[in-house]
Design a protein around this ligand. Structure first.
Ligand SMILES: Cc1cc2nc3c(=O)[nH]c(=O)nc-3n(C[C@H](O)[C@H](O)[C@H](O)COP(=O)(O)O)c2cc1C
Length: 352
């Protein structure tokens, strides 16, 4: 048993040199998650463009689509169905569905399977009011019978691996993640992911990784840990502190799309090559060009605004680019601005 440290470099070093617990691939049903690193589902973020950017960079074992409403999907919403496009190069891909009606959820799961996804994931952790009002997302943690009914109904409908993502509970007083974990296992889920905060916390405070360890010790299906991984060291620490099978990364991937490749290298006891300005330029332009070529201008600009904020985080003069995006009328104008922004580094003017 490893000693228990938190966020400590010592811990990572100990674990690395102890030869114990070097994390390898793990299985979610028949799907091998290799490396054991998962892109967290993020509404408005983990669309096909962002997923493909991460796959090109490498190091991600499974990518997740933004969550999909089972109601909208089973009522035939064209907009919802168009959000569900993916490419072969994204595999293995998990599609997450949410809802509160077992029959509709199982129908949605069947649609996900028919579409060819590798994993169907059920959302039982979303704390947004809009979702809670429909008794879906984290609200299901307040009704474990319904939650288990949904899991069983989905299990009965699909052959592909089934996973469930949830939080610690509705709040501290109703922290029932172990019960829900057991219900997932009993209902036939092939794995779970725990975002170690309560629904009431939303994104505040720190994720409590001790609870991930508790869940791992309680269940025999694979457990992925989630919450506050911002650097490869954090992922290594989560593996060693909790014994989790996989680490799921959300916001850290928006700030640093290389985080999976860097972490995967560390898991092999190697250092990933440093990220150069040229890498960053190619990544940003590659992402935005895909949006320009495939999306309507207004939507592409909206997405670019979102991502520019994350991508330029910590870049010298990144603020300049963030300010520009609100004034430039077209995607092409913005792409030109990105090019000259990076050119100014090579010509040395950015430092001026
Ligand atoms: C913009 C945004 C959208 C999210 N959308 C979803 C979602 O659709 N489904 C879900 O299960 N979790 C969603 N989450 C939660 C993340 O999957 C993840 O659990 C959370 O961000 C904690 O992980 P992190 O600290 O690595 O970001 C979202 C988070 C963010 C920031």
């Amino acid at each position: 048993m490893l000693p228990h440290f938190r966020y400590s470099r010592d811990c990572v070093e100990f674990w690395k040199h102890s030869g114990e617990g070097m994390k390898q691939a793990f299985q979610i049903g028949r799907i091998s998650v290799d490396p054991p690193l998962i892109l967290a589902p993020m509404a408005g973020i983990t669309d096909q463009y962002f997923r493909r950017i991460l796959k090109r960079i490498g190091g991600v074992g499974v990518v997740s689509m933004e969550f999909i409403s089972s109601e909208a999907l089973t009522r035939g919403s064209e907009r919802t169905r168009s959000m569900m496009q993916f490419h072969e190069d994204e595999r293995p891909l998990a599609i997450q569905i949410y809802g509160s009606d077992a029959a509709r959820m199982s129908e949605a799961a069947a649609y996900v399977q028919e579409l060819g996804a590798d994993i169907v994931d059920i959302n039982m952790g979303c704390p947004a009011n809009k979702i809670l009002k429909g008794c879906a997302g984290a609200a299901l943690m307040g009704d474990l019978e319904l939650a288990e009914g949904i899991i069983r109904a989905c299990r009965a409908r699909v052959r592909i691996p089934l996973t469930v993502k949830f939080r610690l509970g509705l709040d501290d007083e109703r922290s029932n993640y172990l019960d829900l974990g057991r219900a997932c296992e009993a209902g036939g889920a092939d794995g779970v992911a725990l975002h170690a905060r309560t629904a009431r916390q939303m994104f505040s405070g720190k994720a409590d990784w001790n609870r991930i360890r508790n869940l791992k010790e309680t269940l025999s299906i694979p457990v992925s840990g989630n919450g506050d991984i911002l650097a490869p060291e954090d992922a290594l620490a989560m593996f060693s502190e909790t014994g989790c099978d996989g680490v799921m990364i959300g916001r850290g991937a928006m700030q640093n799309p290389w985080i999976f490749r860097q972490t995967a290298a560390r898991l092999r006891d190697e250092e990933a090559p440093p990220v150069t300005l040229e890498d960053r330029r190619e990544m940003i332009l590659g992402h935005f060009r895909m949006l320009r070529d495939q999306e309507e201008e207004r939507f592409a600009l909206h997405k670019i605004r979102t991502f520019t904020g994350w991508y330029t985080h910590g870049l010298p003069k990144g603020k300049h680019l963030r300010q520009k995006i609100s004034t430039l009328p077209t995607v092409d104008a913005f792409l030109n601005e990105v090019e000259s922004f990076f050119d100014s580094f090579s010509s040395g003017t950015a430092a001026a």
